[in-house]
Ligand binder design. Structure first.
Ligand code: TRP
Length: 335
């Protein structure tokens, strides 16, 4: 990972429980970045979540806060807060929506996929989603944004918005952020169908491991996960066209914090039965303490709310300054 990272910002939607894919693909990296970057800000983006109707948003928001802290996001090292708790985000969003171009937004593949043929019936919020994401990032002058592949285009848009704003208002107000695409464990696939990402919207619970699963649930999900008949190869070429095997070994490697190749050096020649036994043990060692911590944190809701309130306080201190210069640049009335 890169050295000398100035300021990290990332966001995650409170739309249900976190699963192993979220943990290995994103959160584990956020936890590491805390010791590398000078400023770390992690935001629970509930405003983004309501672009599609939510039923248990407040509950999910608190649950996600507990999950992030249990995974190792430390309020002493990172600012952790809820997006709607800092109205500067929605305020800057309006200003940026006057900078972003319709043509840019119309090219966003995520919107096209989500709205599909129902375009006329998709909300304006879903369409404008990326300008709010730009506001999140630009308010804190983030230099690096850890995101998955699926958010790369939104980040590119953020850069375009920042540049266009700086040009129009002849300013250097916004820092142009870089994506931080994380290599190891970046894509954990479904345990039932390795062509699809592990996803909370999947039909089968058996396709994912949740951070609050019991040892028994973890064991059965790994035991029943799809594999093939061959043994584990010793070289990565031996994983070609073996998506299920590659996925499980990728999970193993990511838990060990090593490359696929060095994992294979260890486990090459194993039968799947033996490999799955080891993988299950490793998963249990990793996940069960996190699950216990989540439950403990949720028992004291006031404590949890205190952490988020403090986070919002710190976030506002930073975003207030950016917003003030933005308001001046666009020429808003100074009351
Ligand atoms: N759009 C991101 C996702 O769905 C979440 C998000 C919102 C985000 N604001 C952000 C990610 C700012 C990085 C930076 O995954």
């Amino acid at each position: 990972m890169q050295k000398s990272i100035e300021a990290i910002f990332s966001g995650i939607q409170p739309s249900g429980k976190l699963h192993l894919g979220n943990y290995l693909g994103a959160i584990q990296n956020w936890v590491k970045l805390q010791n590398i970057a000078k400023q770390n800000i992690y935001c629970i983006v509930d405003c983004h979540a309501i672009t599609v109707p939510q039923t248990q948003l407040q509950k999910n928001t608190l649950h996600l806060a507990a999950e992030l802290i249990a995974c190792g996001i430390e309020p002493q090292k990172s600012i952790l807060f809820v997006q709607s708790d800092n109205s500067h985000h929605t305020e800057l969003n309006w200003i940026l929506s006057c900078t972003a171009l319709i043509g840019w937004l119309a090219r966003m593949t995520q919107f096209k996929e989500k709205a599909s043929r129902e375009r006329e019936n998709a909300s304006v919020g879903l369409y404008a989603y990326p300008t709010l994401m730009a506001a999140d990032i630009l308010l804190y002058k983030a230099t690096h944004v850890p995101v998955g592949e699926d958010q790369k285009q939104h980040l590119e848009l953020t850069r375009n918005i920042a540049q266009r704003f700086n040009n129009i208002y002849d300013s250097n107000i916004f820092t142009i952020p870089e994506p931080l695409i994380l290599e190891v464990g970046a894509r954990v696939m479904s345990l039932r169908d390795a062509t699809a990402k592990m996803s909370k919207s999947a039909k089968s619970e058996m396709s994912m491991i949740n951070l609050t699963d019991s040892s028994e649930q973890i064991a059965i999900k790994i035991r029943k996960s799809k594999t093939d008949a061959d043994a584990i190869p010793s070289e990565t070429q031996g994983l070609e066209n073996r998506l299920e095997a590659k996925n499980l070994i990728g999970i193993y490697a990511s838990l060990q914090n090593c490359s696929l190749q060095s994992a294979l050096q260890k486990i090459g020649g194993y039968s799947f039965a033996k490999f799955k036994g080891e993988l299950t043990e490793m998963l249990i060692d990793k996940i069960i303490p996190i699950g216990n911590e989540i439950n403990k944190l949720k028992e004291d809701e006031n404590h949890l709310r205190g952490i988020l309130a403090h986070g919002a306080e710190q976030a506002k201190k930073i975003s207030k300054t950016t917003l003030r210069t933005v308001r001046e640049a666009v020429g808003f009335y100074a009351p």
